[in-house]
Design a protein around this ligand. Sequence first.
Ligand code: FAD
Length: 294
Amino acid sequence: MKNPFKGIPSIRMIEDEPLADHTSFHIGGKARFFVCVYTKKALIRVLQRIDKNRLPYFVLGAGTNILVADSGFPGVVLKLGGIFKRISWRGVLARCGGGVMIRDFLEDSKEKGYGGGEFLAGIPGTIGGAVKGNAGAFGCSIADMAIRVSVVGGDGKEHILSRSDLGFTYRSSNIKNGCTVIAADLVMILDTRTSIQKRIDENLKKRMERHPAGYSAGSFFKNPPGHAAGKLIEMCGLKGIAVGDAVVSEKHGNYIINRGRAKAADVIALADRIKRAVFKKTGIQLEEEVRLLG
Ligand SMILES: Cc1cc2nc3c(=O)[nH]c(=O)nc-3n(C[C@H](O)[C@H](O)[C@H](O)COP(=O)(O)OP(=O)(O)OC[C@H]3O[C@@H](n4cnc5c(N)ncnc54)[C@H](O)[C@@H]3O)c2cc1C
């Protein structure tokens, strides 16, 4: 297929882009079209062309919660840049673009003396990805801060979603696949830079102690109600088991690590093995937190 996005300004389109380079797992095949959009108008025009050409598409954040198939993705991967990386402030209310990295948001809010988001420190994704999956840690989640979210649907129309529309639950929201989170209004609280930094440092320290380094997508499975997935996996003696270069971390049972050359097929086979073993021993069915693309 010829370039379906010809003539659209404020985008960058790459054909057959390796997606492994765009994910924290460092796994996966190519995207047929990888399109970085820099303005709202460009996003809408890209979505219109996608619709016209009946192409499948996927909205990518920082790729820290996805596993891309070895065969890649035969459609369009959309990535937000340009204006979607901006943050503006009205008192304690931050209007944060969907493509803003969490760490940049935390740095900016700390500099301005606004706290409340420190629990997000160390989560390596974007604000858009965090809102879609209700990212969180230490008993808090972005649902505690998000009061309004702007999305653009597959039809190219913008919608403003209120808290009740967003329907946040554990690692989930009502935002449909194919909707692009272009901005989120996040409520913060006034604080001093020193105490904000102190809490960020404490949280980063706790994460360093508990979480393994290496290529991963963070916690692979959701915690089933009343249980920690990592503990269940550990209890079943599964730490350290491997398929190819995909291995269950010795440090944290809910982390699958790519030792370097793991294929998506290895990760999927390992995840299946974990799910079967945990179900056999405990009767609990683990559910993936990581999303599969392709
Ligand atoms: C080392 C490590 C530690 C982690 N720790 C945590 C943790 O403590 N808590 C936690 O919750 N998560 C954690 N994660 C997982 C991950 O960082 C979060 O889920 C994060 O919110 C995903 O954001 P992302 O931008 O990378 O999204 P991606 O992985 O790119 O995408 C994830 C999903 O969000 C969608 N999405 C992304 N951007 C948008 C957008 N703008 N509009 C609409 N949909 C979008 C995608 O389509 C996909 O369905 C960790 C991951 C790693 C690698």
